[in-house]
Design a protein around this ligand. Structure first.
Ligand SMILES: Cc1ncc(COP(=O)(O)O)c(C=O)c1O
Length: 463
């Protein structure tokens, strides 16, 4: 039988010059416009480790890592081999009326890393883990309430959107899930007020918040765990971004010696290639959901536990161990934190560097000197958070560093690289940040001409 050409690399080579027009026509046209406007439409053609390569084979350092999925780097040879081995083995994948061997093995390995947990539920994405956690918490406690923190991001399906504190994502989609309420991050008194009703099934929290890279006070997570115990609420740690070594520990909660009732993992567990999510929980909770034979499939998803995803998870854990990536995240994170913090006294708009391991935020804020103040307000009046684009755009164009602003209207730039970055990469990051930040403190100057273009764009958009 004659098939069309199905070789992915040949399809890519043949059609990649049309990627924008294909997306404009068939997918998200607005995203194409955004990328063109900020000059990010370079057309990457290859990824390897922490690097991306464009059409001219110029190397970029990727501090976005696919929103945090490429912890072990892109196209890791060990991961690739593991995935090929699945395809070559004719395994009995997704029989459904059978139990998966690879899922059993991945569950066993995950629970070795988090020994106080007993059970794993697999899903296909971060948001599916959050949905499962909401259902498990309600099912196990018989309560309906869910408490989350301000600035939280837990995903965009209805349950998780109801726990995501951002109207940019919620607008136009209501009504959301009932009985969800917000408390300020780091406010134990407010949390106690919310939990004391004894109607709250779960308190869900990102140990390090992804939007804004907010770090809890040393008391917050241990205090929250104690309050949850006192009022019969289950504590859910959303480690979808912060887990799997990102912060220099396997789980970020380990920094504060907290043992939640559920831990959610996704992103990095996939090795970046096959979507996967895992809810780690205790037997007592799990058994309340899957409580009888007629409830054996009361929650689940068709593709969860598929062999490619399970093999990706198993390989990712092994690569992390063999290459000591968690230790590297701790060491490189500390190195970057120190070197970037050293810039603060030199640049008045650079306010703070914070984070844990390789989840770092670089925060900017209003200047004191008059000339800069005027320029800052011009930008911020046009569009709050625009200043950060004066940093991220030249970082990309002039220094080949791909990074992101840590949320809507945010003054924080987030660094979320692969955990494989080395000393040279750290030097690349620090010298590039310093050069761009120095230029941003010069008015008039090239960066502020970019600022004017961004303001004009913002004004045109709102007109
Ligand atoms: C902390 C956290 N929770 C949940 C999610 C949602 O994951 P997904 O995009 O895979 O649905 C994300 C994604 O960025 C996240 O960072």
């Amino acid at each position: 039988m004659l098939y069309p050409n199905l070789d992915a690399s040949e399809i890519f080579a043949e059609r990649e010059s049309q990627r924008s027009s294909l997306h404009t026509r068939y997918l998200n046209e607005q995203l194409v416009r955004v990328l063109k406007t900020i000059g990010y439409d370079v057309g990457f053609k290859r990824g390897e480790g922490q690097y991306l390569f464009d059409r001219d084979d110029s190397r970029y350092l990727d501090l976005l890592s696919g929103f945090g999925v490429f912890a072990i780097g892109r196209n890791h040879p060990v991961l690739r081999q593991a995935l090929k081995s699945v395809l070559d083995a004719d395994l009995p994948n997704l029989v459904q009326m059978d139990v998966s061997t690879l899922a059993g093995v991945l569950a066993e390995r995950l629970l070795e890393r988090v020994p106080y947990m007993d059970k794993v539920f697999f899903a296909n994405s971060g948001t599916e883990c959050v949905e499962a956690a909401i259902k498990f918490a309600r099912g196990a406690t018989g309560r309906t309430g869910v408490v989350y923190c301000d600035h939280a991001y837990h995903g965009l399906s209805y349950g998780s959107l109801s726990l995501t504190d951002d109207n940019n994502f919620r607008g136009g989609f209501g009504p959301l899930l009932p009985d969800c309420s917000v408390v300020p991050f780091n406010d134990l008194a407010a949390l106690e007020r919310a939990l004391s009703s004894r109607q709250v099934a779960a308190f869900i929290v990102e140990p390090v918040q992804g939007k804004g890279v907010n770090i809890p006070s040393d008391e917050f997570l241990p205090g929250a765990a104690a309050l949850c115990r006192r009022y019969g609420t289950l504590m859910v740690a959303d480690e979808i971004q912060s887990g799997m070594g990102r912060t220099g520990k396997f789980l970020a909660v380990e920094h504060w010696n907290v043992e939640p009732d559920m831990v959610l993992l996704s992103k990095s567990l996939s090795g970046g290639h096959v979507p996967v999510g895992a809810v780690l929980t205790r037997k007592a909770i799990f058994d309340k959901i899957f409580s009888r034979m007629d409830r054996a499939v009361v929650h689940g998803s068709t593709f969860a536990k598929n062999d490619l995803a399970m093999a990706a998870g198993i390989a990712t854990l092994e690569v992390m161990k063999a290459e000591k990536l968690i230790e590297n995240a701790a060491a490189r994170g500390a190195q970057l934190h120190a070197a970037l913090s050293d810039l603060i006294p030199k640049y008045e708009m650079l306010k703070e560097v914070r984070g844990k391991g390789l989840m770092l935020g670089v925060e900017f804020g209003p200047p004191k000197s008059l000339k800069l103040k005027a320029a800052w307000s011009l930008l911020e009046t046009a569009n709050k958070g625009l200043f950060c684009q004066l940093i991220t755009v030249p970082l990309f164009k002039d220094h080949k560093i791909l990074t992101q602003v840590a949320g809507h209207a945010s003054h924080t730039i987030k660094l979320l690289p692969s955990l494989t970055i080395n000393d040279d990469d750290c030097k690349w990051i620090v010298s590039s940040f310093e050069s761009v930040i120095a230029a941003s403190h010069q008015v008039p100057g090239a960066i502020w001409s970019l600022g004017k273009t961004l303001v004009d764009n913002a004004v045109r958009k709102s007109a």
